[in-house]
Design a protein around this ligand. Structure first.
Ligand code: UD1
Length: 366
């Protein structure tokens, strides 16, 4: 059957949005002229990133489940009811042939409305731990694409397909393009480059470790690209004022991750599932600092899967002020160890994940 109308829903953070965009691009490649509509949550990152990637998006007023009882619970219920109603209307009017959920608040109401209407549904879970929305949807949808083994703890096993996480194709296309990357980030040539990313939202503790180690950075001839996250950027720039060393390049958000990876000789990062899949694909040695603030400590599990195979170094959040930068500078200047990490991390890549997921979409249409 020719695919003409698809809805992709979810978001909240880059970890959900970028896999969704990778899936959309692959569908568009296979079915030129297909109409793809995104459905996200109002005020969240997808409302900006999805149109920037050239797709239409509708926002639902949905919010996350409140952590404590109180007024917020009432707002949550009211917004959920409104979102359910709007999701139903979207399904009735757009009439998608398939609805794909990538996790995040909005995919709950949308995928439920689609399933109730008999539209085929597929969800994608990026982590080794299933998020609440996907866990609930698991009962309703037909196919569940996962990136880790042992996911039958969360989902009906007959629906699970191990595909890996979708990664934007541009990351690989640009990876050899050092020249453009150096020009784009205004880096000195031919310096070694460390890329520091705190996940799509930035990481406060990684930022603090960076601030505490500015003299060390200034003392090296390594170039450092530092993504602070948009909420921390202003505060950091105010603190740094004119004291930014010339080899430190501070950015709020990196809209050209392809060029950032191309420039980098190594990466310091949070251990979000999407970033990890990307690091495997581009084969960059990494120091991973799992966020201690995520459900079931899943970033430590993500990072440990690599560390145990000699594919990355892991440093706990509590130790980064003293260890992170010295260890990064040591590693980037130790070629044998650096190459070993690069070789080992590449072995974990799943370069066909996006295609595999779209194959599953096609199976549902038959
Ligand atoms: C705090 C939190 O809840 N984190 C979760 C969130 O992480 P987060 O949203 O940080 O997601 P990931 O690390 O999985 O992916 C980040 C994505 O954003 C992109 N990127 C990042 C920074 C930047 O400046 N520019 C840019 O484009 C990366 O290339 C990547 O594609 O979703 C992940 C996937 O469900 C989870 O594993 C994480 O635990």
């Amino acid at each position: 059957m020719k695919l003409k109308k698809v809805i992709i829903s979810g978001g909240g953070t880059g970890g959900h949005i970028f896999p969704a965009l990778a899936i959309a691009n692959e569908i568009g490649r296979r079915y030129p002229g297909v109409e793809i509509l995104f459905v996200g949550a109002l005020d969240r990152m997808e409302m900006e990133k999805v149109p920037a990637a050239g797709y239409k998006i509708i926002g639902l007023p949905v919010t996350g489940f409140p952590r404590k009882p109180g007024m917020k619970m009432i707002t949550f219920v009211v917004r959920l009811m409104k979102s359910n109603k709007l999701a139903k209307k979207i399904i009735n009017q757009f009439k998608p042939q398939i609805a794909i959920g990538v996790g995040g608040f909005a995919s709950g109401p949308l995928l439920r409305a689609a399933a109730n209407k008999g539209v085929p549904t597929l969800i994608q879970e990026q982590n080794s731990y299933a998020g609440i929305t996907n866990k609930l949807l698991g009962k309703k949808v037909q196919t569940i694409c996962v990136a880790y083994e042992n996911m039958a703890r969360y989902f009906p096993s007959q629906k699970i397909v191990l595909t890996g996480n979708p990664v934007r194709a541009s990351l690989l296309e640009q990876i050899e393009n050092k020249q453009e990357a150096f020009d784009y980030f205004k880096l000195k040539k031919p310096g070694k480059v460390i890329l520091v990313v705190g996940g799509s939202l930035g990481a406060r503790s990684v930022n603090n470790a960076m601030l505490k180690n500015i003299p060390l950075i200034a003392d090296t001839d390594v170039e450092v690209i530092w993504q602070t996250g948009s909420i921390y950027y202003r505060g950091i720039m105010d603190k740094m004022k004119d004291a930014i060393p010339s080899n430190l390049h501070i950015h709020e958000f990196l809209s050209r991750m392809d060029l950032a990876y191309a420039a980098a000789d190594m990466v310091i990062s949070r251990a979000g599932a999407g970033t990890i899949s990307e690091l495997c694909l581009v084969g960059k040695p990494a120091i991973l600092v799992p966020s201690p603030n995520v459900a079931e400590d899943h970033q430590t599990k993500n990072a440990r899967a690599l560390a145990d195979k000699g594919a990355a170094l892991m440093i706990p959040d509590s130790e980064i002020d003293e260890k992170l930068l010295p260890e990064a500078i040591r590693l980037i200047n130790t070629p044998e160890e650096h190459n070993e990490f690069s070789k080992n991390i590449k072995l974990l890549a799943r370069p066909k994940a996006t295609q595999h997921i779209v194959d599953e979409v096609e199976k549902l249409l038959k």
